[in-house]
Design a protein around this ligand. Sequence first.
Ligand code: ZN
Ligand code: ZN
Length: 291
Amino acid sequence: MWCADKEKKRNMSQAVTAARSPRGREDDFEEVENFHGVYLLCSTNPKYKGWTYIGYTVDPNRRIVQHNKGRKHGGAFRTSNRGPWDMVLIVHGFPNDVSALRFEWAWQHPKRSRRLRCIIPVKKSRMTKFQWLIELLGRMLCVDPWCRLPLTLRWLMPKYKTPFTGEWIPPSHIQYVDGLVKSRRIRDVLENSTHSASGNGSSCCLVCGEDVASVADQLRCFGCYNKFHLRCLADLFLRRSGEVTDGIVPVSGTCPTCDLQVMWGDLVRFKKGCFRDVFRDPSVPHQLSQP
Ligand SMILES: [Zn+2]
Ligand SMILES: [Zn+2]
């Protein structure tokens, strides 16, 4: 009886979610923790054909509903009464809101962005705004600091899928996926006892041997749970890859205690309590899936 009730409840809650969701059943959504995404909308209204909008969100499913309901429901002024809008793609995997908001701003204002000013694609006469934005996005993913982050480019609506062309092909650690996504908000679990129970139990950084006094300065490897100063591990990874150590963030490296090859961004996400999508094998390059 208990099982049947539980199953019934589960089905009911799925039905409720599905009814609220604009475009999919509960099972269609991949859940991602600590979600910071920058999305692209395209208007499906014939009167606003070719209109696009770039925004940032921590909850794409709530956001698209707001855009389509209009300004009174939290939608942006520029998208109000110009929809319905399709949320075409979203770039996620940013370590925090600041990082994602910088990406959003640069994609919106490439001419004003110091990083993009010189690499803005020329808009050919037959190119749509959408195609131009995709080409610009491809270039953005090739340059600092974004080429260093473990970003995912997710096509939420595969019918819009457009491959990157030309010589600007983003690095192989950028993931390309299709399908819907759901954000799962989590608390910072740095001091979660289940994690401090593992590792060597030492409060010392295993690079420099000094005490890791501040939680904010600390990173743990998700292979061995050992602790490191954030800067010590970053410098070690950068030194080993032969890069300059001046405050830049490494892309990846090998844990000095368990030899696991890790993406830097995954360590940061692990620090923030994101365990679910961290365990992909970073040694396997992700292929660009062409439609
Ligand atoms: Zn250290
Ligand atoms: Zn390790």
